[in-house]
Design a protein around this ligand. Sequence first.
Ligand code: MRU
Length: 354
Amino acid sequence: MVKTIEWLNNTVRILDQRRLPHEVAYVDCTNHLHVVECIKNLAIRGAPAIGIAAAMGLARGAMDVKTNAAGEFLSGVRSIGDDLLGSRPTAVNIRWAVDRCLKLISDNIHLSVDGIKELLVKEAKVILEEDIQINMAIGRWGNPFIKDGATILTHCNAGSLATGGYGTATAPMRIAREEGKKISVIADETRPVLQGARLTAWELMQDGIDVTLITDSTAGALMKRGEIDLCIVGTDRTARNGDVANKIGTYSVAVLAKEHAIPFYVAAPLSSIDFTISSGDDIPIEERSEDEVTNVFGRCRIAPDGVRARNIAFDVTPAKYVTLIFTEKGAFRPRDLHFLEDPAIDLTKIRVLS
Ligand code: MRU
């Protein structure tokens, strides 16, 4: 499996996803603004991956804060955190990672600045390692819902390239395959940036998983023909009530799945769940440049000059369309998600087993 991101010799090494599937190339970020740029221009994308990038970017940036005074250091790192938070608004993982690292500084403010810098680098590496374990756990909880012979529809890329390990939506697929189940994946191409065509198809083929690419508008026809057994997608931010923000087009897939009585599952690490917002109405939705719609990768114009275009990058699927949410703690009904906030809750009472 490819490494999406790693900490290497005090640089943040990022697999440049803009160049896939044609070329496996890396960007070495030597300062935090370089990491911010890679998040903005989609060299690295996918909610957990940009969370890891934020932690590594913060650690890299902290190394460049030249002071021995703890207070001055903290305010320098806060401003680096603000740069990272300003990169993309929808995935909550960036805030999750920045908050976690800032808390680490506050908890260790009695240490030397050099000591805190070392802790930040360690923490960024731990966040990556944890993500690998979380992917596995999501995979183990989601795998029982995949029957031998199943055909699974997915949208965008919530795979290895969007995380540090097995992916979120793709983790149950990978575990099912390891257990010897025969599975087929249908990948929506995912206009306009084509994460499904360029990334999901590529990474599943690398792993020898059967994958068929379709245009986004083909999903309904395949469901009607009875050719899809279940859907699994990822999420950039899931609200407390189980409303799910994910790549534009996810909502359409969910509504179609409900119409055809096909289970619609969401794979969501806890780092993608925003317990501070009560519904999806409060999720900030990124709008990107019109050029991504009127051009294919800036190389080929496909629309008349001067036409207006909208490029809403994410949509919100209301909880009522979501069958279950696979997390690292188990599979849950969207309405039970809020219980996960309570560390005392007995998860065996709310977990759903296949
Ligand atoms: O714009 P992107 O490519 O960052 O959008 C990514 C998605 O929508 C993914 O489905 C989501 O981040 C979940 S990744 C495990």
